[in-house]
Design a protein around this ligand. Structure first.
Ligand SMILES: Cc1cc2nc3c(=O)[nH]c(=O)nc-3n(C[C@H](O)[C@H](O)[C@H](O)COP(=O)(O)OP(=O)(O)OC[C@H]3O[C@@H](n4cnc5c(N)ncnc54)[C@H](O)[C@@H]3O)c2cc1C
Length: 328
């Protein structure tokens, strides 16, 4: 039996950083692991299609919204755990980031493991870890969303990918819980092995004791840089940066779609309805007037794809996820 308030026909825009999206048929906001498990069991027993969201910071939800149940994961909290004899595969993913930032996160001391509920806000986690003199995740400051979304999308911050820190996870798949241990080939740029019907419940991360006090300063300064360059009323970069190979083939000085959209396609600032290609960073589309519709954003995405095909002969790959659309 469901012991949580089930809401009907709930607009999803407030649950996204874009502030765009039609209603969910049903919505449950869960604040604990038990509630998260209960929601999944309930939806599966009733045969209701479901979708999980964390901070809604990487999604464009259609104006028609989502059929079925949307679960908003706010199951927060973390603790230090014993660093058992986890053996961790060391797959290295090529970074597509070009560094100009002068500061470094703290030097790494002894290994530490933490267990974290996946609804934990990444921002809260980073500042709490810095206060506890634990280092590792600082490059991810300024990225909104939850730990679950960070693992699912294998987010990239500075030179790091989130999978560099994942030791293990408890996942929900096909109606039951499983222990997941990462394999070397499981993760790539913006890629994890988890499909839309797998839920990350909790994760164990490998971090380090900080050998100096640079953590809070680094978080503040790198966070400030991100805030200056990245518009918040968005869903992050719309397209994945080019791989080094693609960049070389096209003879471009930058792998960033911000550069391409601005300097090559000359679409920076273009507006359709309430959506605009950001003047601050052209790889971002923003909800300029707070009233943008998903169809406006989609029209801008299609415009960029078409112009890129005409001018460069390539189509950019989406980094944001489209939810509730029939078309791709
Ligand atoms: C201003 C801004 C800056 C950004 N900067 C960056 C950046 O520098 N680097 C970067 O990589 N990204 C960046 N992003 C994108 C985004 O913040 C990240 O992808 C983030 O990790 C998404 O987390 P979320 O909780 O908001 O996920 P959501 O947007 O809620 O969901 C994204 C996907 O993850 C799935 N998901 C969420 N939680 C779970 C879970 N517990 N188990 C299984 N699946 C789950 C959802 O179903 C969905 O498919 C930025 C976004 C914004 C708005």
């Amino acid at each position: 039996m469901l012991e949580l308030p089930l809401r009907h026909h709930v607009p999803l825009a407030p649950y996204t950083t874009f502030h765009i999206g039609g209603p969910a048929d049903y919505l449950l906001e869960v604040t604990s692991q038990e509630q998260l498990r209960q929601s999944l069991r309930w939806a599966e027993e009733k045969g209701i299609p479901w979708l999980i969201l964390g901070g809604g910071s990487n999604v464009l939800i259609s104006d028609r919204g989502i059929r079925g149940l949307v679960i908003i994961n706010r199951s927060q909290g973390w603790q230090k755990v014993a660093l058992d004899d986890f053996s961790r595969p060391t797959a290295s993913i090529a970074s597509r980031w070009q560094s100009t930032f002068p500061l470094e996160p703290p030097a790494r001391g002894k290994k530490v493991a933490i267990k974290v509920n996946t609804g934990t806000s990444l921002k809260a986690l980073l500042f709490e870890l810095a206060a506890a003199q634990i280092t590792g995740l600082e490059w991810f400051v300024g990225i909104p969303g939850t730990v679950g979304g960070a693992i699912k999308n294998n987010i990239h911050g500075g030179p790091e990918f989130f999978s560099n820190f994942l030791l293990a996870a408890t996942i929900w798949r096909q109606g039951r819980e499983e222990r997941y241990l990462p394999q070397a080939e499981d993760f790539d740029y913006d890629f994890s092995p988890f499909d839309s019907q797998t839920v990350l419940l909790e994760a164990t991360l490998l971090l380090f004791e900080a050998k100096d006090n640079r953590g809070p300063l680094f978080l503040r300064e790198w966070g400030k840089t991100k805030l200056q360059n990245q518009p918040q009323n968005s869903a992050g970069c719309v397209f994945q940066n080019l791989s080094i190979k693609e960049q070389r083939q096209l003879g471009l000085p930058s792998p960033s779609w911000g550069y391409i959209i601005d300097k090559i396609l000359h679409l920076k600032g273009r507006q359709i309805g309430g959506a605009q290609i950001s003047l601050q960073h052209a790889a971002f589309i923003i909800n300029a007037d707070g009233q943008a519709r998903a169809k406006d954003v989609l029209a801008l995405i299609n415009l960029i794809k078409e112009k890129s095909q005409q001018v460069l002969g390539i189509e950019p790959r989406l980094e944001i996820q489209l939810l509730g659309f029939d078309e791709k």
